[in-house]
Structure formats: structure tokens, C-alpha cells
Write a protein that binds this ligand. Sequence first.
Ligand SMILES: [Zn+2]
Length: 266
Amino acid sequence: SKRAAQLSFAEVVRNSDARKQAHCYFLRPEAEVSEDRLGFGLVAASELKANTLVLVERRLLEVPEFLTPRSSSEVPFCNMGVPLGILPGALFEMFPSLLAALRVSQNSYAPLLMYGLGSVVNHSCRPNTRWVNWPDGLRALLTREEVAAGEELTISYSGSPGQPAWQRQLDLFWRYGFWCRCSACSAQSVAGSHLRRPGFLDSDALRKQVDSELQASGLQALEAVPLEESYKAQLKNLLPLVYLQTFMVALPILGLLTLAAAAFAT
Ligand SMILES: [Zn+2]
């Protein structure tokens, strides 16, 4: 059998063994992965009630190959404020570790905590789901409200309720390199202040529910992934991009300093 590392993202989603290797404990059949020209997304296959558990997965220590961008066309124009889009695509194809590092930068939750299948969930400034994270590395995707069949499941990557749309869009562009066109950003009538805050959630009770569901499905007890271990592993994966971005920021500064020094000397 093929290892998860050799499978495509779509195959991992469909295959329960591959899902396990990607540390995904369950993905509700009521949620389906869709793919269009903009990439992958998670869509409700049938109506979902509020607080439905959609996906449960565990933190990863590596960058699985199925998540790694396969070509330079997947490099965002901007990442953490650095315009990667001005670089020749061949550079990324020459150094696959750069593409893996880019995945860590773009997909990690709370810098350097990386998950597998949940990466499929797209951003909306008016998200209909939320992540619940536990210290041992387990996390669950939960609906925040009723979701109609066929509706996309979305999460907020950044921004807070009450922030004006232009500020959210700039933040997202600076950090992830995309210009948000979600319903909250495109509808002029929906002011930032109307964005919903998530309601109270009893995460201990939810964890009990998750654990009992995992047990009922015959899934093994979870091995905790210590935070330091996650940080160390993903920081190592991120380093090629840190070097590249530092170089890109430092180069113009060095150039200006050299020019200033030359002008001063003459
Ligand atoms: Zn938006």
C-alpha cells in the first residue's frame, strides 16, 4: 500500500487509511471536500446543525507531501509581508524544501502548529465554523451555526469582529497573499461590526464527546504531541523560507546603506 506521503490530497481525503496516516481521526460524511479552479474547500453535503463536529485531527510534526504545493504557481504573491511573487518560479521548483516551508507558513495555526486535512478549510470573515484546540495536539472543527446543504464551510484565518473590511483584507493580503472576497467583504451592507462573535463553548465537555466518539469508532487513544516538540519540528521545516525572506528584506536595506556610504565618501 502507498504511504500517505505519496498520495495526493484528494486521495487522502477519500481513503480512510490515508486519513489515519494524516492524523485525521474523522471527517464527517456530511462534509465533502470540493475542488475548483481556486483549489480545495470543504462543503456541507447535507444540512448541518449548529455545533456539529465536522473534523477531528491531530497536530503534525512533518509537512506531508500531499499538502506541499507541487508547483510555483501555488506560491502566493505575498507571505508575511514579503513579495514572493517577484521571484522566479524556478527558484521554488529547484528547492522543494522552500515549497514545504511555504506550506508551514501558510497553513500553520498560531505560528508553527500545523495540521493536515483541516488545511482544506477556506477563509471567510464571516465564518460558519470554528476550531477548538486542546493542549495535547488534538483539534476539532465545529459548526458555529446551522449550515445549509451545499454551503461552503469556512473559518476565519485572522481578523476580529469589528475590524473594518479594508483592514481585514490588508491583513490577509500581508499575511497570506490573497485579497478576501468573502460575503462579509463584498457586501457593502455588512459592516465589520456586524460580524458575529463565537458563542460560549464548553471545551471540556466537547473533548469528552470527542474522546467517547473516538473510542466508539475503535480508534486508538491519542498520543499527545508536546507543544515544544511541535514548535521545534515545524520551525526546522520553516527555516528555508525564513532565510529567503530575511535575505529579501535585508538586500534592499544593504543596497541603500551601500549607496549612502558611497555618496558620503565622495
Ligand atoms: Zn472577507
